[in-house]
Design a protein around this ligand. Structure first.
Ligand code: ATP
Length: 203
C-alpha cells in the first residue's frame, strides 16, 4: 500500500463513525468499507446485474437499487448462495478500497471497516486502531440512534467478533466510555502519534 494506513474497527455502536469524523476534522482522509459495499452494487454496476441474474429481478427495489434486506435474508438461509455472493463482492470491495486508499493525499489514511479483522485487511495496515466501549453503552447508544430494541442490538453483538479477540488485534485502543470530548481528546493524541510515525516509520 502506497499510503501509510490506519485500520479503524470496533463493534456496533462503539463510536467508529464519531472517531472517524474527528480524524476527518484534522484533514485525514477516511475510506469506508460500508460505503464501498454499497458502491460496488449501485445501479449501473456489473455486480448488480449479476446479482439480479442469480436471484431474479425481485431482488431489486422499484427505484432500481438492490434490496439489501431481501438479499441478506436469502443468503443468511443458504450457505452456497452466501459463498457465491461473497466471491463476487469481496474482490470488488477490496479493489474499491485499495483504489481510494491509494488516491488519498492526506498525511496518512484511515480505513474504517467493522469487519477489518474478519476480512484480514489488517494485513494492509501499518496500525490497527480499535474503538472499544462497554457493551451496555454500545446497546444504549445504538438503541438511541437506530430505534432498535436492546435484544436486536445484543443479537448483532453476538454475531460480531468477541471483544477480547478484537482487542488482541489492536495496536491502539480508544476507550469510548465517556463523553464526546473524551473521545476527541484520544483521537487528537493518536493523530499526533500517527503523524510522527508515518514520517519516521514509513514502512
Ligand atoms: P455502527 O457500527 O453501528 O455503524 P459506530 O461504531 O460507527 O456504529 P457511532 O455511530 O459513531 O458508532 O456511535 C453510535 C452512536 O453513539 C451515535 O449516535 C453517536 O453519535 C453516539 N456516540 C458515540 N460516542 C459517543 C460518546 N462518547 N458520547 C455520546 N454519544 C456517543
Amino acid at each position: 500500500m502506497k499510503n501509510w494506513l490506519v485500520g479503524l474497527t470496533g463493534g456496533i455502536g462503539s463510536g467508529k463513525t464519531a472517531a472517524a469524523d474527528r480524524f476527518i476534522a484534522h484533514g485525514i482522509t477516511t475510506v469506508d468499507a460500508d460505503l464501498a459495499s454499497r458502491a460496488v452494487v449501485a445501479p449501473g454496476e456489473e455486480a448488480l446485474s449479476l446479482i439480479a441474474e442469480q436471484f431474479g429481478d425481485d431482488i431489486l427495489l422499484a427505484d432500481g437499487n438492490l434490496d439489501r434486506a431481501k438479499l441478506r435474508h436469502i443468503v443468511f438461509a443458504d450457505e452456497s448462495k452466501r459463498r457465491w455472493l461473497q466471491s463476487l463482492l469481496h474482490p470488488l470491495i477490496s479493489n474499491y478500497l485499495r483504489q481510494h486508499i491509494e488516491q488519498a493525499t492526506s498525511e496518512y489514511v484511515i480505513l474504517v471497516n467493522p469487519l477489518l479483522i474478519e476480512s484480514r485487511q489488517t494485513s494492509w495496515c501499518n496500525r490497527v486502531l480499535v474503538i472499544d466501549a462497554p457493551e451496555s453503552q454500545q446497546v444504549t447508544r445504538t438503541m438511541a440512534r437506530d430505534n432498535n430494541t436492546a435484544a436486536q442490538v445484543e443479537n448483532i453483538m453476538q454475531a460480531q467478533l468477541p471483544r477480547d479477540v478484537r482487542l488482541q488485534a489492536a495496536d491502539d485502543v480508544i476507550t469510548n466510555d465517556k463523553d464526546l470530548a473524551h473521545l476527541h481528546a484520544q483521537v487528537d493524541e493518536l493523530h499526533r502519534r500517527y503523524k510522527e510515525l508515518c514520517r519516521t516509520q514509513p514502512e
